[in-house]
Design a protein around this ligand. Sequence first.
Ligand SMILES: [Fe+2]
Length: 299
Amino acid sequence: MSGLTTTKAPFIENAQQKGERFIHQPYELYSEENHQAWASLYARIQDRWVRYANPKFLEGVAKLNLDPNRVPRISELNQFLSPLTGFKAKPVSGYIPAFIFFDCLRNRDFPTTITVRDLSTLDYLPEPDMFHDVAGHVPMHTDKAFADTLVRFGECAVSAAMVIQQLKDKEVQRERARSIIKAMARFFWFTVEFGLIRDPKAGLRVYGSGLLSSYGEIAHSLESPEVQRYPVQIEWVVNQYFEINHYQPLLFVIDSFDHLFSLVDELERWVKDGKVNNVAPGEPNVSDLDIESFLSAKL
Ligand SMILES: [Fe+2]
């Protein structure tokens, strides 16, 4: 009955219980409601994409031949995506510990949720669903500079794991890991998830997938006088907490995806130079699982 609905899918619960992180997409399990939810989400956001999304995203949507009416098949999506940048969407059963997530990016795999939000709650859900991951993230992965930037995040995580694993004292190691992971997570949040870009022709546009997959927030992010929009500054971003349960009041603007790539380069240098060893406290919470993933990473 519940098909593959977010938080209500027996197939996912089963995979999680068995400890299976990477799964396949059992396409036959999608219910008619799941397809309807996808179609509704897609139909209402289309015009807003044209108005607010950056041109690379719109090109990506066209290149992927995203189906507006039915939940996409990941394997078909990958047939369009892989030849462009080598990226593939990789189905997962839920949360992926931080190092493993970044390491997937390094290998040009994008961990992708396969459940669809409930038709009755299209507007808000705290956890990612397939509309967020596939419609919000994946079209950006068709762009080479953006795809290379994600890979650079993965390389930055490897450098971070090296720095952390070289420390002798176990307590220091954990505290260092907590700070570095917080810095990386904040950087990822304010760019890949909620970033704005100043396009030379189109002006201020959206490229963060949290905005691109939200009918309400995509407009709010560019139209609302309540939102503070600043040129991205790495020293600010890594020390800035965020909350996930409301529209973002503070957003950062990049000049181009090459600019974003160079910022991740810089972030990696900061990690190596110890400049994010004691970032400001606050969100996001870094779980033991995240810390453990960096401590146990095979390098
Ligand atoms: Fe996301």
